[in-house]
Ligand binder design. Structure first.
Ligand code: HEM
Ligand code: 2DC
Length: 469
């Protein structure tokens, strides 16, 4: 017998009281741990209301499958009101990240062909390979300058620059020059704005931005300033390409980048293109760089695994005579390492959908229109889902262990991460170059955990030592 929605366990009756308790637990930065704890208290399904944010939370892969089967033709995530409010406030168009319904679908279908379809990979790989080589050269230089034949540092800033350089080279078909000694202060400002934008978003998940705006709250003002910085920089890059394209006479056969391809295709309005390119540029920095940072951290903690990966890369290099596209087909363990990183350190604490039809999960009835969240962080650490979840074991992704709805770091289905192919290629190429050039070590006795700033970030600086091989 199916139990009614109202009987789902959890705290959902008093949103304001729950928000107060959440705030006392420093929930704005602990969301992932609070979710984990809620699953321990209530079991594999619970209902919750914090402030004005109401959801049903699930953790099992089998339940995730039910959720995604009910996402409908126009899958819809939690509406991040801080982001839509900014655009409404400044009169800017929503891109694919924030659109919904038919408007989302028609834009997404066109973007898919230029950004995520497998055949564009051959255009991206040479561009990303060049950035990877420049990154390695930059690190060698830093090591030389240190005079110690090694470099010990927090790599975050370097990785932000690597990620921005990579995504820009793919979007614009040209380099920003962030691997050089002197970098454009505007680019650095862009990077800083993204961090602030994410950080200021999380309180506004629970307190409506409209209200915060009315009372002139600092968090809203900082958020607006951050998006302004992001849009200004993206506008500059976009205008630059637009102008070049109009002046261009002869046709070169060099890949011109995603933006120019979209402009020439002429299927989306210029305003729609600008909106989505801006989102791609902003979404392409912290996500991959943090994931790479966590991966280097795990490789530093597991030296013999690091050697195994190095051997795989060396063999792949030999077999493919250095053809990077071929190499990427021969590094299953490197790919497993990235999946393993996203299992233990996902960028997104949860995946969510407003379900399009009624469903039954854990024998509870859930009506259409409900916001259902899959606790991705909690699932990745659940011993019922992953054997010895605390162990970083890339090889688990090679074995016959079931992978059914377990590898969801980029989301699922037609609404999954649009930047997925770029992110995967960028991260794989980065690891190939790093493994071929440096041994990565870390200080002993420093345990790094996650903190929630809309995306999950390391809670303290990760200090690594790079030594040339
Ligand atoms: C959406 C994760 C990198 C752009 C998403 C979603 C996740 C995600 C979980 C939501 C998917 C869903 O609801 O099913 C990641 C991870 C990354 C990464 C783990 C890297 C390790 C990137 C990059 C870009 C990007 C590099 C841009 C180049 C986007 C966009 C969306 C999105 C535009 C919204 C797509 C839509 O609504 O149709 N990402 N992402 N992401 N991501 Fe990523
Ligand atoms: C944050 O409870 C926690 O990929 C909330 O590249 C639910 C939620 C909703 C949407 C998620 C967000 C979480 C985490 C960050 C995500 C975002 C959708 C897209 C975004 C996962 C899980 C991200 C990082 C995009 C960002 C694009 C950029 C232009 C802001």
């Amino acid at each position: 017998i199916v139990r009614p929605f109202s009987e789902i366990p959890g705290l959902w009756k008093n949103g304001v009281a729950n928000l107060y308790n959440f705030w006392k637990l420093d929930g704005f930065r602990n969301l992932h741990r609070i979710m984990l704890q809620n699953f321990n208290t209530f079991g594999p399904i619970y209902r919750e209301k914090i402030g004005y944010y109401e959801s049903v939370n699930i953790i099992n892969p089998e339940d995730a499958a039910i959720l995604f089967k009910a996402e409908g033709h126009y899958p819809k995530r939690l509406k991040v009101e801080a982001w839509t409010s900014y655009r409404d406030y400044r009169n800017r168009k929503y891109g694919v990240l924030l659109k919904n319904g038919e408007d989302w679908r028609s834009n997404r279908v066109i973007l898919n062909k230029e950004v995520i379809c497998p055949k564009v990979l051959e255009n991206f790989v040479p561009l990303l390979e060049e950035v990877g080589e420049d990154f390695v050269a930059r690190i060698h230089k830093k090591i030389q300058r240190s005079g110690q034949n090694k470099w010990t540092t927090d790599l975050s800033q370097e990785l932000f620059k690597y990620a921005l350089e990579s995504v820009s080279s793919v979007l614009y078909g040209e380099r920003l020059g962030l691997m050089l000694d002197y970098i454009d202060p505007e680019a650095q400002h862009f990077i800083d704005c993204i961090t602030v934008m994410f950080k200021t978003t999380s309180p506004m998940l629970y307190i409506p931005p409209g209200l915060l705006r009315q009372i002139g709250a600092k968090v809203w003002r900082d958020h607006v300033e951050a998006w302004d910085g992001i849009f200004n920089q993206a506008d500059r890059c976009i205008h630059n390409i637009y102008r070049q394209l109009r002046q261009e006479t002869g046709t070169s056969n060099k890949y011109p980048g995603v933006l120019a391809s979209l402009l020439m295709l002429d299927k989306l309005s210029i305003e729609d293109i600008k909106a989505s390119i801006t989102e791609l540029m902003a979404g392409g920095v912290d996500t991959t760089s943090i994931t790479l940072q966590w991966t280097l951290y795990e490789l530093a903690r597991h030296p013999s695994l690091q050697e195994e990966l190095r051997a795989e890369v060396a063999a792949a290099r030999a077999e493919s005579q250095g053809d990077m596209l071929e190499m990427l087909k021969r590094i299953p363990l490197v790919k497993g390492a990235l999946k393993e990183t996203l299992r233990l350190h996902p960028v997104a604490v949860s995946l969510q959908r407003y379900i399009a039809e009624d469903i039954i999960i854990q024998n509870y009835h859930i009506p259409a229109g409900t916001l259902v969240q899959l606790g991705l962080y909690a699932m990745g650490r659940d011993p019922k889902v992953f054997f010895r979840p605390e162990q970083y074991q890339p090889s688990r992704w090679l074995r016959t262990e079931t992978h059914y709805f377990r590898s969801l770091g980029f989301g699922f289905g037609p609404r999954q991460c649009l930047g997925r192919r770029i992110a995967e290629a960028e991260m794989q190429i980065f690891l190939i170059h790093m493994l071929e050039n440096f041994r990565v070590e870390k200080q002993r006795h420093v345990e790094v955990q996650s903190t929630f700033e809309l995306i999950l970030l390391p809670d303290k600086p990760i200090i690594l030592t790079l030594k040339p091989l």
